[in-house]
Write a protein that binds this ligand. Sequence first.
Ligand code: HGY
Ligand code: MN
Ligand code: MN
Length: 344
Amino acid sequence: MTRLRERLDELYAIGGGPGANRAGYSPEEDAAHELAAGWLREAGFEVEVDEHGNLLGRLPGDEPGLPEVWTGSHLDTVPQGGRYDGALGVVAGIEALERLGRRRRTLAVVAFREEERGCVGSRARCTSDLPWAFVELHHEQGPRLEQADAPLGVVTGIVGYKRGVRELEGRAGHAGTTPMVGRSDALVAAAEEILRIRDVAASIEGAVATVGTLEVEPGGINVVPGRVRLVVDARAPDAERLTRLLDQLGLDEAGRTEPVAMSDTVRGALREAIEARGLPVVELASGAGHDAGVLAAAGVEAGMLFVRAGSGGVSHHPDESAADEDVALAVDVLTDALDRLASA
Ligand code: HGY
Ligand code: MN
Ligand code: MN
């Protein structure tokens, strides 16, 4: 566990804090990929960087013609992100493959580029060769495993989502001389719209919607805002509720990502690996998007193993945490599940 922890710390230190700061395709994500590529070479894996910048380390199988089995995740982060989101899946994947060694099928660990702003790397990879199966270990990023007092969870499916831009127009003017009556303040309009977005999402069971960024123009402290650009992140657990949510939010359907089920084959391998350790199998849906969802939608047998989140489940935050013993167990179960799949 110490090497895994050390590697998570090395990745976390890139970008200088507070939190992890490795935006997609930034010099910081590049540095993380270089670090991971060194670990892959150290492990003796065949290293590939594809045309999209995705990093793979391959461990050839006895029957190289068979479709492969991959594990991994992403090394980019949100601003001031946590230590585990993405990085855990890549670092644990290296540990698992080193423990396994040669199996019937070729195994690979992958770090997909720019997962946080749209799974860019994994979507791009779906235009070329894909594995037969993909297993992503990921921090749960929520409180449910902690509430269930369970160290691990098998993901049943991944939420559908859409990110849409709203532009609100007002009339810029002098903050001191523009009368309150008759003002057209774009930021006040945005505030009202953000409250409406919150109320719409709260009215649909299981739906969520967030406005995480605001751009205010012209942006002077003594100027009535004339224009605001905001991005809505809208999600729902099934297609019908996603349609209803987008409709009521006034977002068009273009570019929506459908909710997707995880592979029964991979779920079975993860369940067997957990049961083999005498542990209860907790199954749960993911409210976060993941590269595994992109691969599942592309027809890969894709699945996810969640490790219990500490600190009340907080994620996309420097306080993101996971207990050593839970992470160690997760690596064991990931290794066992990959063994089952790579021997199939
Ligand atoms: O935003 C998400 O769902 C994921 O963390 N990219
Ligand atoms: Mn992630
Ligand atoms: Mn994330």
